[in-house]
Design a protein around this ligand. Sequence first.
Ligand SMILES: [Zn+2]
Length: 308
Amino acid sequence: MARPDFPRSLVEFQARFDSDAACRRYLVACRWPDGFRCPACGDAGSYLLAARELLQCRACRRQTSVTAGTVLDRTRLPLPLWFAAAYLVTTHTPGFSALQLQRQLGLARYEAAWTMLQKLRRAMVRPERDRLAGTVELDETYVGGVEEGRRGGRQRDSKKSILAGAVEVRGRGSGRIRLAVVPDLSAATFARFAEAAITPGSTVLTDGWQSFRALSGSYEQRPTVIGDPKNAAKQLPRVHRAFANLKTWLLGTHHGVGAKHLPHYVDEFVFRFNRRRTPMAAFQSLLGLTTQHAPTTYQMLYAAESTG
Ligand SMILES: [Zn+2]
């Protein structure tokens, strides 16, 4: 069977998830990819109670919530509405307003759209957990404040935030990225960022800044930029492209973001970037379906549909 595409339009998407029952089957397939087993007696036989988000064990009749632990828990809104909202937030880069969501879903109340959006966005502002690997470009940049040149040195400007960035080298392109607002330019700060973002033993490409030298204990650290720091954009092109794209997004869409809210926007940017080729994974993350289990594959979606 060919791998199904992520639906290309809201209409196509809604045809796939057209009822509470279809959404429930999908939830079960995502959350128990190896099949549901009763947590009380271990029995593998179960059935979905009609019109409720509960699985009932055939042997002991214990009921298990299908939505507990997801953003859909205790919701009063129909599941297809949630699924459509998650689809819109996943596919409409960059970002989606509550008003747009209200209009697209035909919701009577603005508050309902706003609440849905807040819940869905919570998944995007959780830090990423998987670390980068292979060959990784590492550098830092300033965000916010008045744009000025670096003047050859790394001087702290209190109006700006410092952003550390790491990007996997994939051929001529970029793999996954990690970005984080950091307090200073010290060796300890970059060691902490690298430890959270990059798998030990990876090759890390940096410029000659002294704080990067301390990384050589855990990584094969290669200073690739010699001399003028302006060469960094040429010699570490991927991480500088990520910085530039982030800044364009912050300025263009959000008209600049204050230091207080910057970390959330950075996390949202990273979330979208790292799932740009796997919208189904992004969709599942937004609904909270990947917290307890490995990411669900396209095959599971199909399995859920064909057995349902
Ligand atoms: Zn049981």
